[in-house]
Write a protein that binds this ligand. Structure first.
Ligand code: SAM
Length: 267
């Protein structure tokens, strides 16, 4: 495994470590986040602290979740506990609800996420949407394009539907590999996610919605008639006003919700 020495720290590939080093990009991200003094915020994977320092400067206090012990030791030496609360461990297992999320102070989540675990982290975080005000992430551009994709496009899939069901999403801007050390092989993008109000979500059984979406995109070339056989038959397609000859990538989030609710009602 080829590791890369950055500021005295050997960047670890297994933790997806590419550290932001371009001051202009860091400033643009912080401007996009607009941290306000006193807000409750958590940064996932602070690393060498490229974003941590300007965030603490604006907020006064920040929570971080970091897995790499060497980086944790550096952060402890740099910031007193009054400015930085360090949660040592795996963000995939972290209980974000434990950071509060009282109505008057919902949680803001930010991070230049490790690309090797970006999809599981997004699904893990989606489970805490009710505690969250917004999330701003840097991710591989290709993943961000899938997150924000519209129905009928090549990038549209399970990730698009399940995240757009719960969040309003927007891509802010792209970041080239040269902004990091070591430079990743791919372009990155910044994405903003704001949870939709619960009354706008609409699925009576979210686990069922998840199963239907997974099935619909499980076999890309197949029509809904085949992929959703387990859930809906011909009469259901008629009742829903849907063409069983369509493929999953043509359906809007609202249409997936309608299928799920039709199945819930029938049970
Ligand atoms: N935020 C820093 C920056 O912008 O320079 C570092 C970004 S680097 C792409 C990803 C960071 O996430 C690293 O610090 C890495 O150690 C940390 N990390 C990787 N896997 C993690 C996990 N499962 N839980 C928490 N942190 C993780």
């Amino acid at each position: 495994m080829h590791d890369f020495d950055t500021d005295g720290h050997r960047a670890r590939k297994r933790f997806g470590q590419n550290f932001l080093s371009d001051p202009n990009t860091i400033r643009r991200i912080i401007d996009g986040i607009r941290p306000q003094a006193g807000e409750r915020m958590v940064e996932i994977g602070p690393g060498l602290g490229a974003m941590t320092a300007p965030l603490i400067e604006r907020l006064g206090h920040l929570h971080v979740v970091e897995i790499d012990r060497d980086l944790i030791a550096r952060l402890r030496e740099t910031y007193p506990p009054t400015q930085l609360t360090i949660h040592e461990g795996d963000a995939l297992k972290f209980d974000f609800a434990s950071l509060g999320g009282e109505e008057e102070k919902p949680l803001r989540v930010v991070g230049n996420l490790p690309y090797n675990i970006s999809t599981p982290i997004l699904f893990h975080l989606a489970g805490f949407a009710e505690h969250v005000k917004d999330m701003t992430f840097m991710l591989q551009k290709e993943v961000v394009m899938r997150m924000v994709a519209a129905p009928g496009t090549e990038e549209y899939g399970r990730l698009s539907v399940m995240l757009q069901y719960r969040f309003r999403m927007g891509r802010l801007f792209d970041v080239p590999p040269g902004a990091f050390r070591p430079a990743p092989k791919v372009m990155s993008s910044i994405v903003r996610m704001a949870p939709l109000p619960p009354e706008e979500l609409g699925a009576q059984d979210e686990a069922l919605l998840g199963r239907i979406v997974t099935a619909a995109f499980g076999q890309r070339r197949k029509t809904l008639k085949n992929t959703l056989r387990e859930f809906v038959g011909e009469a259901d397609f008629d009742a829903l006003g849907l063409d069983p000859g369509l493929r999953g990538e043509k359906l809007s989030v609202a249409q997936f919700v309608a299928i799920a609710n039709h199945c819930s009602a029938r049970r």
